[in-house]
Write a protein that binds this ligand. Structure first.
Ligand SMILES: Nc1ncnc2c1ncn2[C@@H]1O[C@H](COP(=O)(O)OP(=O)(O)OP(=O)(O)O)[C@@H](O)[C@H]1O
Length: 204
């Protein structure tokens, strides 16, 4: 579903990672690990096409992925239900009710997204993934702001996604109880010769 070969990742003109290679098959989760600042977010952004790679190759089905980070693609003035309906229409899928149920959002359906708490907003962002119908999820710290119950909701959602033949590449510091996730520790891929140009400045 995803193949990354010899990838070099930069941020702010500094080469962070080099020689990163991995494959991700249907039904598989790959967890990116490493200390703060090693480049987990930058790697995810590069795979998602939000910033260019300095080198290497990324192969996957075009339009096959959905990306979720801190800015979740949620419109503050639209209600919870309107946001999900909007994305369901964009992706040509349905399942708005099921997505709200999965993240316990039905009692909040009419609330403007801008009036949600941080954790509620994060639940809405994760519910958005369910209505995309996309097989590959790219997730940057998906459990930030979630309480224990909501972490459980996310864990159930990602397990169901994998069981249905989806895949997930995620940066997370917590154990989601996934069966046999592959863990990729990024520290060994730290770039030895950081470049200091403004290569990706326009994409920050
Ligand atoms: N907009 C930016 N401009 C320049 N440098 C940046 C920018 N955003 C992040 N960086 C730097 O790039 C490096 C990698 O950051 P990144 O967010 O990818 O790390 P991370 O592994 O996800 O960290 P964390 O575990 O703290 O989330 C860090 O040194 C960071 O300071």
């Amino acid at each position: 579903m995803l193949e990354v070969s010899d990838l070099s990742v930069t941020r702010g003109g500094v080469k962070l990672l080099e020689g990163v290679s991995f494959k991700l098959a249907a039904g598989q989760a790959l967890v990116l690990r490493g200390p703060n600042g090693v480049g987990k977010t930058s790697l995810l952004r590069t795979v998602a096409g939000l910033q260019p790679a300095l080198g290497g190759a990324i192969q996957f089905e075009p339009d096959g992925f959905a990306y979720a980070s801190h800015a979740d693609g949620i419109k503050a003035t639209l209600s919870v239900e309107e946001n999900l309906t909007f994305w369901a229409q964009i992706f040509g899928s349905n399942g708005v009710e099921a997505a709200m149920m999965a993240y316990d959002l039905r009692t909040l359906r009419e609330r403007p997204a801008g009036a949600l708490s941080a954790g509620q907003g994060r639940r809405l962002g994760l519910a958005r993934l369910l209505v995309t119908g996309r097989p590959l999820w790219l997730l940057d710290e998906p459990t930030v702001s979630l309480d224990a119950e909501a972490v459980g909701m996310f864990a159930r959602a990602i397990k169901a996604h994998l069981q249905a033949g989806g895949a997930a590449l995620l940066a997370t510091h917590i154990d989601l109880g996934l069966e046999d996730p592959t863990v990729l520790e990024l520290s060994p891929y730290k770039a030895k010769t950081p470049v200091t140009d403004d290569f990706d400045e326009a994409f920050l």
